[in-house]
Design a protein around this ligand. Structure first.
Ligand SMILES: *[C@@H]1O[C@H](CO)[C@@H](O)[C@H](O)[C@H]1NC(C)=O
Ligand SMILES: *[C@@H]1O[C@H](CO)[C@@H](O)[C@H](O)[C@H]1NC(C)=O
Ligand SMILES: *[C@@H]1O[C@H](CO)[C@@H](O)[C@H](O)[C@H]1NC(C)=O
Ligand SMILES: *[C@@H]1O[C@H](CO)[C@@H](O)[C@H](O)[C@H]1NC(C)=O
Ligand SMILES: *[C@@H]1O[C@H](CO)[C@@H](O)[C@H](O)[C@H]1NC(C)=O
Ligand SMILES: *[C@@H]1O[C@H](CO)[C@@H](O)[C@H](O)[C@H]1NC(C)=O
Ligand SMILES: *[C@@H]1O[C@H](CO)[C@@H](O)[C@H](O)[C@H]1NC(C)=O
Ligand SMILES: *[C@@H]1O[C@H](CO)[C@@H](O)[C@H](O)[C@H]1NC(C)=O
Ligand SMILES: *[C@@H]1O[C@H](CO)[C@@H](O)[C@H](O)[C@H]1NC(C)=O
Ligand SMILES: *[C@@H]1O[C@H](CO)[C@@H](O)[C@H](O)[C@H]1NC(C)=O
Length: 393
């Protein structure tokens, strides 16, 4: 009994990790030293013998604050959602908690979209509407002005465009990639896609003005993510090979090249709770579940929301909403701090400190999934033991 009991308590607390509402969500100690595998081959995408390979002989190393999210990122949106404005900023130095505020440099805007003014600077709208493939899913293509249809050239998203449940588009920079190739600047990517760089930088800031209204046109039975909007970041290598592959060798996601979910509804029960989650191996083997912050920001289904995510120099990543946010070409360091601090003062801060990991002990996909099964089996055996104990005691 004394052995079994603590395990049961641990299991129970996993199941009932209740969370509540906050103004600001934060990861600290974000970034670790590790590796991932890049895709080296994408073969016969449209045939049944479609296959991919990852380059396990030459792992890509990353290290330091925010890694691997210090690499280039693409920005992704799922409906129901209307995107009014988007901006990406960099700063020479910014540490949210630094005591010497003079070392914090102002933010300079490097990309901007406005739906109402039809401005798209350093912004390319892409969507998975290209060639279909058995192992890769649909290829990236230019998005038409509705965000989701195929276009033959780059278009600006229409003012007030609503995408529905399950519908997605993505934003990349307007800097074209070199040709596909393992040693080229964007690595290997899918043939004939419009291939653009993601947004670079260890220290970066993404801001959004958006609406997430309740779903009103698609029925619950017809959507796999009914009324579950999201805004998230991917290592931009992922969508250029395959965002939703059937084989994990078709993307660097499985080996941990990086995903950051900024604002995400996780299920159809809690449709007003926006969660922040990272998916990599910084102290976990379970990349599917990822590492969430145990708290949420409220989704306002009837009004416009403004906010985003900040990655600072010291591995602090902060997700926030604030009506004070604006999209000026330059943002004073002190203004950004005051937007965030105002929300912390009024609605609280939830922090998750990530564990320090020196190197990836194991980023191999088959290993980590078998670990998963192993853990599940042990829990099952434990439960059976408990059942016997209760019945025969
Ligand atoms: C940097 O982050 C670490 C770990 O989260 C924290 O302990 C430290 O106080 C931070 N340092 C500064 C200067 O913000
Ligand atoms: C995925 O692709 C790899 C490399 O081509 C192959 O070895 C593996 O068997 C494939 N896995 C599945 C589940 O198809
Ligand atoms: C930031 O911008 C403000 C004006 O908007 C200026 O007064 C200040 O000197 C700038 N700070 C830095 C570090 O450039
Ligand atoms: C965009 O939509 C807003 C709100 O509906 C409207 O006020 C604005 O005039 C529109 N802009 C353009 C360029 O149509
Ligand atoms: C990319 O966007 C910037 C900012 O709007 C613009 O100056 C530049 O000409 C664009 N480059 C291309 C290749 O479209
Ligand atoms: C556009 O974004 C890319 C990727 O972060 C960056 O390298 C480039 O400098 C930006 N262009 C402009 C004009 O700011
Ligand atoms: C689901 O979609 C199908 C095909 O578009 C449509 O015919 C059907 O009416 C939809 N079902 C509901 C419950 O809306
Ligand atoms: C919905 O997701 C939240 C956050 O993970 C969780 O607390 C809640 O239990 C989930 N609800 C259901 C019914 O799965
Ligand atoms: C959106 O749906 C939620 C859950 O059903 C509900 O509580 C909320 O009032 C709805 N929002 C609007 C604007 O109707
Ligand atoms: C942006 O917000 C800051 C402070 O919140 C303010 O000082 C600045 O004037 C605003 N800029 C614009 C263009 O509204």
């Amino acid at each position: 009994m004394s052995i079994i009991l603590p395990l049961i308590i641990a299991f129970k607390s996993l199941m009932t990790s209740a969370s509540s509402e906050y103004g600001v969500l934060e990861f600290s100690n974000l970034g670790y030293d590790g590796t991932y595998y890049q895709v080296s081959e994408l073969n016969d995408p449209t045939s049944d013998s479609c296959s991919c390979a990852i380059d396990t002989d030459n792992p890509v190393s990353f290290s330091g604050s925010n890694a691997p999210l210090n690499e280039e990122l693409s920005v992704h949106f799922r409906g129901p959602l209307i995107l009014n404005q988007f901006a990406y900023y960099v700063s020479e130095n910014f540490d949210f908690y630094s005591s010497s505020s003079s070392s914090n440099k102002n933010w300079s805007r490097q990309a901007y979209f406005s739906g109402s003014d039809q401005i798209a600077e350093n912004v390319t709208f892409l969507t998975n509407a290209g060639e279909d493939s058995t192992c890769l899913g649909k290829a990236l293509a230019y998005a038409d002005t509705d965000g989701i249809s195929l276009s033959s050239s780059s278009r600006i998203l229409n003012n007030n465009t609503l995408i529905n449940s399950d519908e997605e588009f993505a934003i990349f920079s307007n800097i074209s990639c070199e040709d596909s190739g393992i040693n080229n600047d964007c690595g290997v990517y899918r043939d004939n896609i419009p291939a653009f760089h993601g947004y670079y930088g260890k220290i970066k800031l993404f801001l959004f003005e958006f609406k997430m209204p309740n779903e009103s046109s698609v029925s619950e039975t017809n959507a796999s993510s009914y009324n579950m909007p999201a805004i998230w970041l991917l290592n931009s290598r992922i969508p250029r090979t395959s965002q939703y592959p059937t084989n994990s060798s078709c993307s660097c996601w499985r080996s941990g090249c990086g995903e950051f979910d900024i604002f995400e509804i996780l299920n159809t029960t809690d449709v007003e709770d926006l969660y922040t989650t990272i998916h990599n191996y910084q102290g976990t083997d379970d990349i599917e579940s990822g590492l969430p912050i145990y708290g949420y920001i409220k989704r306002d289904t009837s009004s416009v929301m403004k906010g985003g995510v900040l990655f600072d120099a010291n591995g602090t990543a902060i997700t926030f909403l604030s009506e004070n946010v604006n999209f000026s070409s330059s943002i004073d360091a002190t203004d950004l701090i005051s937007w965030i601090e105002t929300e912390i003062d009024s609605d609280g801060l939830k922090t998750r400190e990530l564990s320090s990991v020196d190197s990836t002990t194991d980023s191999d996909s088959s290993e980590s999934s078998s670990n998963q099964i192993h853990i599940q089996k042990s829990l099952m055996i434990l439960n059976l033991l408990l059942l016997f104990f209760l019945i025969f005691k």
